[in-house]
Design a binder for this molecule. Structure first.
Ligand code: HEM
Length: 405
């Protein structure tokens, strides 16, 4: 992407896109404006949601603190045999160039469908490195100390088909079309260096863009209690200069991706009271069972007239709630449906959590849930992977340079 093209971007105003525009601005999204490719000029009306651009360059990668758009796909790739640090560096340079173009609505030179690329619809691509990558490339001294698979937990029934890989791409967009296009192009660009092991698509309700809450497939309001990562809790999300890891990680983060199957038939057999007690919140409004609105803090000490806790001892919010200030992370989940050839559909949640240190922040919470969470009656983790998320890069730089150069 040339600096001229960046310069020609115009920020969308809230009035142009209504709620979507307002949210887009909150997440640092701009319009791609005029473009240089002929097909774009001939066919793309400017100013629609398809033209949304999330600026790629910066201290941090986007697709983390960015408000989650309705469509996502996670791609886990493994390095091909014999590929070392040099090959990895080549891939990072190629991906950075392609991602910076695709997210700006500028087709990469190798793009066979440039007409699709010109409408990125807020496309973001986020790149992570898995624990195994460091052994395979001789970069063990750059691996963060917390970058290891989660220990096996009692509630898990993990399928290696959705296990950790050397590399991760997380792509998100307001439209599934540029998303699929970017996935194909980036996987194609990796040919000869890395090969996908799994592809996990996810979705959220587009209505959230207008400020409504995310409802997962159980119909629950999900994502209410979150750290304030844009401000006072930024240190919970981003790796800082004092972190006990290679300085090349400063500005990066980590991603824990748990694929959690949801037993829809079992859930549909449970009555509303049981469902609400499993979480500790009202299904319709997301408000705590102890009263108030969605944003009201849960009162974990409240008792019924009979002296029993209003929020069950094993309710999800009691078990998941932070028991120390550092036990917090940014949840950015997507629902999934996997249609089998036999007509069966597996439903679940691609639970994505971002934090500076997953062992310190995420693991204690996950351990409490695995040991006794009422939601476990209807949920089973079937996939688990942990990644170090690379810092962002400035124009002219490339992702991973601070660790490879
Ligand atoms: C399919 C699996 C899951 C479902 C359906 C689910 C659903 C929910 C719901 C409905 C809430 C209440 C509203 C909110 O604050 O967002 C919640 C809260 C929360 N969940 Fe989950 N969750 C799942 C898995 C997990 C996992 C695996 C973790 C982390 C290991 C987790 C961590 C949290 C946290 C930290 C909260 C906020 C607790 C608080 O402070 O009130 N959840 N979840």
């Amino acid at each position: 992407m040339s600096s001229a093209q960046v310069g020609r971007r115009t920020l969308l105003t809230g009035s142009l896109l209504g709620g979507a525009g307002a949210l887009a601005l909150a997440g640092g999204i701009a319009s791609s404006g005029t473009r240089s490719t002929d097909p774009a000029q001939a066919r793309t009306p400017a100013g629609g949601p398809g033209d949304l651009v999330v600026p790629f360059h910066g201290e941090h990668q986007v697709g983390i603190a960015t408000p989650p758009p309705p469509h996502a796909v996670f791609v886990g790739l493994d390095l091909d045999d014999g590929v070392g640090a040099t090959g990895l560096g080549r891939l990072m340079r190629v991906w950075t160039d392609d991602i910076s173009r695709l997210t700006a609505g500028v087709p990469p030179v190798t793009d066979q469908e440039p007409e699709v690329a010109v409408r990125p619809a807020g496309l973001t691509v986020t790149v992570g490195w898995g624990p195994s990558l460091f052994d395979r490339t001789g970069l063990v001294d750059r691996r963060p100390p917390w970058l290891t698979p989660l220990p096996s937990l009692p509630a898990d029934d993990l399928d290696e088909a959705y296990g950790g890989t050397d590399l991760l791409l997380q792509l998100c967009s307001h439209s599934p079309v540029p998303l699929a296009h970017a996935r194909r192009l980036l996987v194609g660009a990796a040919r000869g260096i890395a090969t996908p092991r799994w592809v996990q698509p996810g979705f959220r309700d587009p209505a959230e863009v207008a400020g409504l809450a995310f409802r997962n497939e159980f119909g629950q309001v999900d994502g209410t209690v979150q750290p304030d990562v844009a401000d006072r809790d930024a240190g919970l999300l981003w790796i800082g200069p004092d972190a006990p890891t290679h300085p090349g990680w400063v500005g990066g983060s980590s991603l824990v991706l748990r694929r959690i199957r949801m037993d829809m038939e079992g859930w549909e057999r449970a009555d509303r009271v049981a469902r609400e007690h499993a979480v500790g919140r009202d299904l319709a409004t997301g408000a705590p069972l102890t009263g108030g609105r969605e944003s009201t803090p849960v009162d974990l000490h409240a008792l019924t007239p009979g002296g029993l806790p209003v929020v069950d001892r094993h309710a999800h919010v009691r078990r998941a709630g932070a028991q120390a200030p550092h036990e917090r992370f940014l949840r950015r989940p997507y629902s999934y449906e996997q249609v089998g050839g036999d007509g069966n559909v597996e439903t679940g949640l691609l639970f994505a959590a971002f934090q500076a240190d997953p062992v310190r922040q995420f693991l204690p919470v996950q351990r409490r849930l695995a040991a006794g969470d009422l939601l476990n009656l209807w949920t089973v983790p079937v996939g688990s992977a942990v990644y170090a998320v690379l810092p962002g890069c400035a124009e002219g730089g490339w992702l991973g340079r601070s660790l490879l150069a």
